[in-house]
Design a protein around this ligand. Sequence first.
Ligand SMILES: Cc1ncc(COP(=O)(O)O)c(C=O)c1O
Length: 354
Amino acid sequence: MTELAELETPCAIVDLDCVERNLRTYQEYCDEHGIALRPHIKTHKIPDFALQQIAIGAQGITCQKIGEAEVMADAGIGDILITYNIIGDRKLARLRTLANRVDLLRVVADNEFVVRGLSAAFADSPKALEVLVECDTGAGRCGVQSPQDAAKLAGLIHDLPGIKFMGLMTYPPNGGTARVEEFFRAAMAECEKLGLECPVRSSGGTPDMWQAHLAPVTTEYRIGTYIYNDKSVIARGGCQEEDCALHVLSQVVSLPAPGRAIIDAGSKVLTSDLFGLEHFGYVVGHPDVTIKALSEEHGILTFDPATQPFEIGQRIRIIPNHVCVVSNMFDYVQLCRGDIFENPAFVAARGKVL
Ligand SMILES: Cc1ncc(COP(=O)(O)O)c(C=O)c1O
């Protein structure tokens, strides 16, 4: 058993009591509203957490990359949605292999090029690949731009061999719940004109997680950050500080001038992702301290020069702005319950960008 003081810094520590509370609370919300939960594993990237999410009621998982899905399939997870346009012979061959290893593999597409590639790769497959049409409901990322375009692509998927149209998917912007309802309803009506049903209507996102039931068209909700939470979720009103399960543990290595402290967590730990916020995270217990700047291995804290909240060697906890990118920076996270540390967990799907 390791004590907090024995951990080398910088590292990521994950409180399992908090993780379990976060998972349970949202699963209960989905159960109450009859929404299937399909957590996105890009936040934790740890197979045991994905298995835990399924054990308490999640229908399956969401991955962004085939490499992440392969890691999760290795751990025995049998129901996977990949929310990314998959392009290229090598990736399509891997997708086909993956489809043979799991009970259900589903992907998304938002254009004809992708759909034709999927169809060619699965044309002689004994099991059709299930495809959702990705819709842009205001996030300005991927997605067809109108309900009419959604139906047009759905029609193509329906007509081509090897693939099966299963419905609609979107990743809405914060505050986009009403638009999801409107877009999906209109797209379903357009699909119906072609004689096509949309049994799956998949939406997601942690910031609006408590509004999911206000778009009753949604059949499943994909959510990632909720397992750990972070400063961005606090800032957007989705959780409280005590709901943040992952902290970066860092150490003060220098006090070079009044009002300035240097810590051993820089951009290679906290990343440069401001995620729409100011500064690079929240120093737990020090609301007046700012993480002002980062270089790769140094974090620069600033505070009122008339005060001195730190000493050299002092350990501090940081709640990152965007926890998903931070968990991608570590091979292992240190698991704990309060001050009691268990064996670290291997972040098996980190860095799987292919
Ligand atoms: C396609 C898709 N679905 C779901 C999610 C989960 O979002 P969140 O981490 O806000 O829960 C993401 C996050 O990036 C995503 O890209």
